[in-house]
Design a protein around this ligand. Structure first.
Ligand code: GDP
Length: 194
């Protein structure tokens, strides 16, 4: 088993994060929590890279559609009037396509972050998926306010500044997808590793 300080996660500043000039702020928030950046790069992704990043299985796509359906239910909106269908798979496919358009609209900054419970702590620092629900003090809660209602009505993905892996298994998969077999950078953080 890995030492607790060696847990790895994958995070990526999304196009709105880059375009709002928040790359430094986002990295700072990980570093100030004593997490360590061990790989970092700005790049412009291809459609295929993004398409392969997001799961393609039906269950994941339906879950994405169900999220929109529950938002519509909460606000008493008819999904058929809004999107022409109430089918979770169809809606999920649309959201996935909007996601690809969004993620290829500007450069991204990908990174590998290491530290104690890195996966959970990075998700906590990022805040929940929907910015309007994110607590002040999180990246999403401090710098964004987007909602699925607005995003769906404009036929685009919810803009939420950052992507972060949800589990250690997903992190391993995403690090491999985005960085291949690169050797991660090793160094000792003052006050953390010594
Ligand atoms: P994440 O792990 O926090 O990124 O969230 P998900 O894996 O559930 O969703 C992937 C991405 O799809 C999110 O980060 C948003 O950019 C977008 N998204 C999620 N839910 C919705 C939605 O209901 N409507 C729209 N338009 N976009 C959404």
């Amino acid at each position: 088993m890995k030492h607790p300080k060696e847990e790895l996660t994958f995070a990526m500043v999304k196009p709105d994060g880059v375009r709002k000039g928040l790359t430094g702020e986002i990295i700072k928030r990980f570093e100030q929590r004593d997490l360590k950046i061990v790989a970092l790069e700005m790049f412009t992704p291809s459609v295929k890279q993004i398409d392969d990043h997001y799961p393609k299985d039906e269950a994941w796509i339906r879950r994405l559609g169900q999220k929109s359906l529950s938002t519509y239910e909460k606000y008493g909106i008819d999904p058929v009037k809004e999107l022409g269908t109430a089918d979770d798979l169809e809606i999920g496919k649309s959201v996935r396509k909007w996601l690809i358009d969004y993620m290829t609209s500007a450069p991204l900054v990908k990174m590998v972050v290491q530290g104690i419970h890195a996966v959970d702590v990075v998700r906590k620092i990022a805040g929940p998926t929907l910015p309007y629900k994110a607590e002040v003090g999180t990246i999403r809660g401090d710098f964004s306010i987007d909602s699925p209602l607005l995003a769906n009505s404009e036929k685009r993905a919810v803009m939420n500044l950052i992507h972060a892996s949800e589990t250690p298994e997903e992190a391993a998969h995403e690090i491999e997808h985005w960085f291949g077999k690169i050797k991660l950078n090793e160094y000792k953080r003052f006050g953390v590793d010594e």
